[in-house]
Design a binder for this molecule. Sequence first.
Ligand code: ATP
Length: 569
Amino acid sequence: MTFKELSQYLERLEKTPSRNEITSILAELFKKSSPGEIDKIVYLVLGNLAPSYQGVVLNIAERMMLRIIAQAYDEDINKIKALYKEKGDLGTVAEELASGEGGSISVGEVYSALIEIANEAGAGSQEKKISRMAKLLGELTPLGARFVARIPVGKLRLGFSDMTILDGLSYMVKGDKSARVEIETAFNVFVDIGVIAKIVKAKGLSGLKGIKPMAGIPIRPSLAERLPSAEKILEKIGPKVAVEPKYDGLRTEVHIFSQDGKRKVSFFSRNLENTTRMFPDLVEATAEIKVKTAIFDAEAIGYDLKTGKFLPFQETVQRKRKHDIEEIAKKLPLKLFVFDILYKDGKSFIDTPFSERRKILETVVGKSGAKLEITRQEITDSAETIRDLIKTYLSEGLEGAMIKKIDAPYKAGARGYHWIKYKKNTGGGVADTIDCLVLGVNKGRGKRAGFGVGAFLVGVRQGEKFKSVSKIGTGLTDEQWRELDKRAKALEVNQKPKEYELHKNLEPDVWVKPSLVVEILADEITKRPIHSAGLALRFPRLIRFRDEKSPEQTTTLSELNKLYQMQKS
Ligand code: ATP
């Protein structure tokens, strides 16, 4: 397929608000593409070059992109800056200046050029990136330049995510959504969406039968539901359940495998980014696990070896940084609590009942060390024991308990009652904190003028839409206001993102692109028709910025409805 043709599809996708129509445009695009190019097309329509765990990025910031555009079209940099100020979008600037024929350049050629630019490293790489990218832009049609200029700065957002791609693939092979579950099941254990598309294209659905977890490729994490009492939990998933402490740390999927004859360890975060480099001490600790190939699910948490006390999340999270890692690792030791095993030496345990997985985990991991331990667990059928355990965990400074269905498979990528989380607030007002997306911000007035932001609008997710649920103007510390202002500025867009649905009267001063996730604690959830979610949060407080969550991982409207019902019961 020529890139010119792909650009026309991208334009149609950009203009279309309806998800159903987007899905059928994608299906048409996928039908036209060849097995050799469909993976690249999938990455590009998502605004990427590869699945996020591979960390393939162009590393071209806005300022550099301005220079690239100037060079591509032989224009003065000040003119480009002025144009950008006027248009507010680098894509539109490039489109206006481009005049390339670009008729014959193929998707594969554009993709390879972008990959080469991403791989450019070392001395002089910055300048090489600029000239290569400028050359590429110069060869494209105006429409092609519009989209390619947006990719490096993360602005190629066409208003849909992975799940719509999966629907598009289902439509491609079946003409309807009937194959979505099958395709998603494969994607849950093998998150390279390009490879999934390629297999479906080349071999049809039967090709997916061979998809198994592979050490080195992350599995989408299993997620927990909430219930208001120990009795209700036993009723739902009993008679016997496994009770474990819920650590408030960082979700860490641990992959051990061999590469080029050497043992290799990779860690993946809650949203499947490769975080191995941030945890050299924990990687070292996994040497105790005598296994060739395996995948574990675990939580890493700050732990004071002297006092035996767990550290609060705000401290643990300081380990997530790119620089001075050795130094912070010394200051802030972590411990890895392993609670599940999903794969070992060629065998997947995804469908193995939890009680059996636990036995395997105990034989594989063996003795506990100072930095690595199997999560303690108790099996019980008594509500009183569950309550006592929760009390014990909370008194140890833990977040609460995870209560697990004994015979459940590992539900990759799914939130369900196979795991039930019980936190400090559960059983009180709102049973859980709510992870919301920041939709926009209002400028601060009076005292707040100094902080930039004075209020912000947040939403919850319904499918791929975000519906407003609260406008928050209190409940932040001065430092949090400043931080919010800084983050919102970096994510400002000049138009309402098409995923957002809200009442006109609530429109903020500045729109924020779908990216910033915040954890909100509220006293109550109430019915409020002014918010498009139909519900609102009373007395919301910002608990933390949830960098490890992407917009797709925010609380859904149906979860919020469940929390609303729970507070009434
Ligand atoms: P939360 O805000 O509660 O962490 P979440 O959406 O990130 O929400 P949940 O499904 O609600 O995830 O809770 C599961 C999280 O709890 C896991 O992502 C994991 O990081 C953490 N966790 C801590 N202890 C355990 C445990 N024993 N078993 C499973 N998960 C655990």
